[in-house]
Design a binder for this molecule. Structure first.
Ligand SMILES: NC(=O)c1ccc[n+]([C@@H]2O[C@H](COP(=O)([O-])OP(=O)(O)OC[C@H]3O[C@@H](n4cnc5c(N)ncnc54)[C@H](OP(=O)(O)O)[C@@H]3O)[C@@H](O)[C@H]2O)c1
Length: 247
């Protein structure tokens, strides 16, 4: 199988790349850092790996890189993304725009750049986040970007699946990667990157349209997310937000 992976130079994408290579598949690994892609090639030690360098926020560079691929992928894993939090409800347009540009526009650029390769029998996997299911404090940018991706994936699957292309959306809870290492808050039920890769590969191999892990954490978030918004807000405030002291 030929697998196309964005965000292959770190965390979940890197682990998926190494695991698919180990299982004998050919991987087209995408990243924005030539040095990190070189390190990935070294780690692959001769396994069938092709590296593409582009920044997914650069429309022209993404289209150029995706136009001619060495092989037509059977599986596309659109995983590249970033997370930053806003401070205490204050809008910071620079951060907001950066996260939307990477997570939302970056995904849209990759889909448009690759769509002329899409054909029946292929599988497109989009990495969202369980954060999309419940409005959390300081996640105005990240949560909104992932909610947008969740909607986009469900919407695009309506058209692609009619053409015989399967679409899966992946909703991870906390995974130990450089993205979460910078967090200073508690991250319950965090899993290793190896577990994340295993759950994603297994879900994709089974053809699951929605892949949630770890099961208990994502189920709790989904249950909370199914409550009326007033109850969600009340519970998130009560459990996650320290009481403010009025002066
Ligand atoms: N870790 C978690 O707990 C968690 C939970 C839910 C969802 N997710 C999602 O899972 C995906 C992977 O996250 P991760 O935890 O593995 O993060 P990570 O270790 O920071 O890796 C992110 C990857 O995306 C690439 N990337 C970021 N911005 C890019 C850009 N503008 N152009 C091209 N590539 C870019 C990074 O490239 P560089 O190496 O050059 O930085 C890196 O390869 C993200 O979409 C994230 O939102 C993660």
């Amino acid at each position: 199988m030929h697998v196309f992976i964005t965000g292959a130079t770190s965390g979940i994408g890197q682990q998926l790349t190494l695991d698919y290579l180990k299982a004998g598949h050919h991987v087209i690994a995408c990243g924005r850092s030539p040095a990190k892609l070189e390190a990935l090639s070294q780690a692959a030690s001769g396994a069938p790996l092709t590296c593409l360098t582009f920044d997914i926020t650069d429309t022209a560079a993404t289209f150029r890189a995706c136009h001619h691929l060495p092989h037509t992928p059977d599986l596309w894993i659109l995983n590249a993304g970033d997370c930053e939090y806003l401070e205490d409800g204050y809008m910071d347009v620079t951060t907001f725009r950066r996260i939307i540009e990477i997570n939302v526009m970056g995904l849209a650029h990759c889909i448009e750049g690759c769509q002329h390769h899409f054909k029946a029998g292929q599988h497109v996997a989009i990495v969202g986040s369980i954060a999309s299911e419940l409005a959390l404090p300081r996640a105005e940018a990240y949560g909104a970007s992932k909610a947008c991706i969740g909607y986009y994936a469900r919407s695009v699957s309506l058209a692609l699946e009619r053409r015989g292309i399967k679409v899966s959306t992946i909703y991870p809870g906390f995974v130990s990667t450089p993205l979460t290492h910078k967090n200073t808050f508690a991250m319950p039920m965090q899993v290793s990157v190896a577990t994340a890769s295993h759950k994603i590969q297994r879900g994709l191999a089974r053809g699951q349209r929605h892949i949630y892990f770890p099961w208990l954490f994502t189920t709790l978030i989904r249950l909370l997310g199914a409550l009326p918004y007033t109850w969600q807000t009340y519970l998130v405030r009560k459990w996650l937000m320290p009481a403010t002291v009025d002066s």
